[in-house]
Design a protein around this ligand. Structure first.
Ligand code: SAM
Length: 229
C-alpha cells in the first residue's frame, strides 16, 4: 500500500480499518489491555488513550539498548511514563521537553489553546513521578520549547514522539526528524481528523506521504512511521 493510500484509509470516516494486511486494531487493543492501563490517566491529567499508551510502551520496548527517545510535550508525564516502562532495563535515555508551568505570560502568547495554562503541572511534579518509577537518570526533563532546544541538539534519536503545540507539528517534524536514525520511529499524537486535530492530521500527511517513510501505523489519534532512508 502506498503512503497516500494509507492516509486515505486511516483518515476515512468509516469502512474497514484494515491497514498493512491484517487487523492492526485487534493488536492495538491487545497491547492496550496488556500495557496501557499501568498509570492513572485522570490522576496524571493525561491525554492518551489506553490503546495509544499500550503502543507507546510497545514502540519504546523496540528502542535498542543505549538508544534515545525524544518527547515533545510532556505535560504531567503520562506518555513519558509509558516510554519509561517500555524501555526499562536497556539503558535507554528519554528526553522530554515542555515549558511546564514556566513563564505563563510567554506561554499565553504561544499557546495553541489546547491545554489550560492555570493548572499546568510543574517540572518538579513530573520529576517526582519519574523518580517514583525508578527512572533515575534515564529521564531528562527540559523546561523549554522544542524550537529552541533543537538549536543545540546533536544526538541521534531512535524514537521521536511529537505531542507539543498542535499548530506546530510540521515545524517540529522539519526541526527534529533530521536527527532521527534510519530505522528509527516517528510518532505524532492527535494526528487524526476525528480523534485528534485536523491541522495536525494535515501536517502529518504532508510530512509522511513520501518514500522516506515506511511501516506507517494508525492507532486512534496516533500516526507513526519508520524512517526508511
Ligand atoms: C497535549 S499536551 C502533552 C500531553 C502528554 N504527552 C501526555 O501524554 O499527557 C501538549 C504539551 O505540549 C506543550 N508544548 C506546547 N508547545 C511546546 C513546544 N514548542 N515545545 C515543547 N512542548 C510544548 C504544552 O505546554 C503541553 O504541556
Amino acid at each position: 500500500m502506498s503512503n497516500a493510500d494509507f492516509f486515505d484509509r486511516a483518515y476515512a470516516d468509516n469502512g474497514p480499518k484494515i491497514l498493512n494486511g491484517f487487523s492492526r486494531p485487534v493488536y492495538h487493543n491487545l497491547m492496550g489491555a496488556l500495557y496501557g492501563h499501568q498509570f492513572d490517566k485522570m490522576g496524571y491529567g493525561g491525554m492518551i488513550r489506553h490503546t495509544e499508551a499500550g503502543m507507546l510502551y510497545e514502540w519504546a520496548s523496540e528502542v535498542p539498548r543505549g538508544g534515545t527517545i525524544v518527547e515533545i510535550g510532556c505535560y504531567g508525564g503520562l506518555s513519558t511514563s509509558y516510554l519509561v516502562k517500555g524501555s526499562e532495563g536497556r539503558d535507554v535515555q528519554i528526553v522530554s521537553i515542555d515549558p511546564f508551568d514556566s513563564d505563563l505570560n510567554v506561554q499565553a502568547e504561544r499557546t495553541d489553546g489546547c491545554v489550560a495554562l492555570e493548572d499546568k503541572p510543574n517540572k518538579e511534579l513530573v520529576a517526582e513521578r519519574m523518580a517514583g518509577l525508578g527512572a533515575g537518570d534515564r529521564v531528562t526533563l527540559i523546561e523549554g520549547y522544542s524550537q529552541e532546544v533543537v538549536k543545540d541538539w546533536d544526538r541521534a534519536i531512535d524514537f521521536l514522539w511529537i505531542d507539543g503545540n498542535h499548530d506546530q507539528a510540521y515545524l517540529d517534524y522539519t526541526d527534529w526528524s533530521p536527527h532521527l536514525k534510519v530505522g528509527g520511529r516517528i510518532g505524532f499524537h492527535d494526528a487524526h481528523p476525528r480523534y485528534g486535530y485536523p491541522q495536525v492530521a494535515e501536517d502529518v500527511r504532508k510530512a509522511l506521504d513520501s518514500d522516506q517513510w515506511t511501516r506507517l501505523e494508525h492507532v486512534k489519534s496516533i500516526i507513526c512511521a519508520v524512517k526508511a532512508r
